[in-house]
Write a protein that binds this ligand. Structure first.
Ligand code: FAD
Length: 515
């Protein structure tokens, strides 16, 4: 209870004993959760907040992943917060620098003391008579369950499982006498210096690992079933570098942020509208970076169009350089079986290995695995519709930060958090305690929440909310449109309903939440 009092939370007496209450409960202390708390402190200073974090530290993704070379695959001018410039030279930044940035932001904004570490949120129950969520959390340190009440819940729990990555069972893997490791479970004792390494995968993690491990390994082979689009960009933004010489950082940051937003939008739109042109541009980049005569068609020519899956970015062409120097190579084939000494491929070729890294991807999970109920009714998240990509239909007083798949995550999270602050201030100003998005159009067509063909998306998308075919139920994946939708458009629209608790007599509790 002491910590609740320090956090500005107020204790309430409950039949089960003292129950804490906060105005806003954030779930997750990663990049998004820390950003959300900063937005709330600045824009809703009267609100009490707390953050439940399952792990024992801040940073989420940027603390969890420790594999060699871990870095961003989008630029820090857009992955950084709108309110705190990224000051380092490198715009494609390494994991530890991003983690420091998140930690420093939390410390500077006085957010650290709001965090309850080792508190895993398991379940949240909304009671419309009191307009309060009761969130049940497991204390990972003691095994006890705790409960906390909140007027609003802001989910910043990321989008994938922390306990395990996606690890398909490879035939014969028990026979392999070397070490097999998934990048999500990397530990410092993994020694690959002077060793033969095979990295299985073709996504962002594989293209990061290969050049990083190739610095000290005897040789690194990237074994992929099918190729991805790979593009090289400068690790240090050349325009930012020039601007920094003549302008202060607080001006350079938004300018470069907008430059990158527009370039990314342009690249995405070009890929969707003129895929052949986009393919030709990407191909030119590969020809420039890879050795003459390199078999681009086999190893770097995907069967899908650009941006049907996330593009893989390599800073300063490090992957291509490792290939050109013979320290790394790409094999496009499939695993027939692991052997005692490596991998036998479907083609019959054998890859000798001392270490095999299975960069086979993430396991996605919605809402950090938290179960929801509203007035005793269990919510099946897969049956809900995303409202503006940040609230769920018929789930009151709850929002989620879900970033872009075709641009930096934080761009959308910043907009979402600012929108939540606007929503809360509007409710306070008008005496509302409940907000809920409701779809009255039975003919509204629905689509998956994310329209990516990548395996990791396809494996889990049926468990995620859906999106509608038009606003406000459509998830545009477009920062410019979202600025209009989240920052400028009126809060009251065809879907958003507001209600006051005092309007609801106890007899109404079974009636629809908002009349
Ligand atoms: C290796 C890697 C590199 C990436 N690079 C980029 C990039 O360059 N650009 C980009 O835009 N995106 C990138 N992403 C996506 C990336 O995850 C996001 O950009 C961003 O870090 C997500 O921040 P987050 O706070 O929303 O989620 P996370 O970083 O996943 O943090 C979520 C936090 O919530 C906590 N949590 C989860 N469930 C619960 C629960 N039930 N109760 C309590 N706490 C809970 C977790 O412990 C964690 O601390 C990358 C992802 C990975 C895996």
């Amino acid at each position: 209870m002491a910590s609740a009092m320090q956090n500005g939370a107020r204790p309430e007496t409950d039949a089960g004993g003292d129950l804490e209450h906060v105005d806003v409960l954030i779930i997750g202390a990663g990049l998004s959760g820390i950003g959300a708390a900063c937005h709330l402190k600045a824009k809703c200073p009267g609100k009490s907040i707390a953050i439940l974090e399952a792990r024992e530290c801040i940073g989420g993704t940027w603390d969890l992943f420790r594999y060699p070379g871990i870095r961003s695959d989008s630029d820090m001018y857009t992955l950084g917060y709108s309110f705190r410039p990224w000051a380092e030279a490198k715009s494609i930044a390494d994991g530890p620098s991003i983690l420091s940035y998140v930690r420093e932001t939390a410390a500077e904004h006085g957010v650290e003391e709001k965090i309850r570490f080792q508190h895993r949120a398991l379940r949240a129950e909304f009671d419309s008579a009191s307009a309060l969520w009761t969130v049940h959390a497991l204390r990972e340190d003691s095994g006890e369950e705790m409960r906390i009440r909140a007027g609003f819940v802001l989910m910043c729990s990321g989008y994938y499982r922390y306990d395990e990555g996606y690890s398909p069972e490879f035939p014969g893997s028990q026979r392999f006498t070397g070490r097999i490791v998934h990048p999500q479970k990397w530990t410092e004792d993994i020694d690959y210096a002077g060793k033969r390494v095979v990295v299985i995968g073709s996504g962002a993690t594989a293209v990061t690992l290969v050049p990083a491990m190739a610095r000290t390994a005897e040789h690194v082979t990237m074994l992929q079933r099918s190729p991805s689009y790979v593009i090289s960009l400068p690790a240090e933004d050349p325009i930012a570098k020039k601007l920094k010489k003549v302008l202060p950082l607080k001006l350079v940051y938004p300018l470069v942020r907008w430059k990158n937003v527009l370039l990314t939008l342009l690249s995405f739109q070009l890929s969707r509208r003129r895929p052949e042109t986009a393919k030709a541009i990407l191909r030119k980049g590969l020809e420039r970076n890879l050795p003459e005569g390199y078999d681009i068609d086999t190893h770097f020519k995907p069967t899908y169009n650009p941006w049907e899956q996330r593009l893989c970015l390599v800073p300063d062409g490090d992957l291509f350089e490792a290939i050109a120097q013979g320290r790394a190579s790409v094999v496009t084939d499939s695993v027939e079986t692991f052997t005692e000494t490596g991998i036998r491929l479907a083609s019959g070729e054998e890859l000798e290995a001392d270490v095999i890294v299975t960069a086979t991807g993430l396991n996605l999970i919605a809402l950090g695995g938290m179960q929801l109920s509203v007035d005793g009714r269990e919510i099946d998240i897969s049956q809900t519709l995303g409202y503006k990509g940040m609230m769920l239909s018929d789930v009151p007083n709850l929002a989620l930060t879900f970033g872009y798949t075709n641009a930096s995550w934080t761009l959308k999270c910043d907009l979402t958090c600012a929108y939540v602050c606007r929503l809360l201030n509007h409710m306070d100003a008008n005496g509302f305690q409940i907000c809920v998005a409701e779809n009255d159009d039975p003919a509204l067509e629905t689509e998956p929440f994310i329209d990516f063909s990548s395996g990791y998306v396809q494996r889990a998308i049926s468990k995620f909310p859906k999106q509608g075919s038009r606003a406000p139920w459509r998830l545009y994946q477009n920062y410019a449109l979202d600025i209009v939708s989240l920052r400028r458009s009126p809060l009251q629209d065809e879907a958003m309903r507001f209600a006051r608790v005092r309007d609801r007599a106890p007899a109404d509790i079974d009636a629809p939440l908002v009349a």
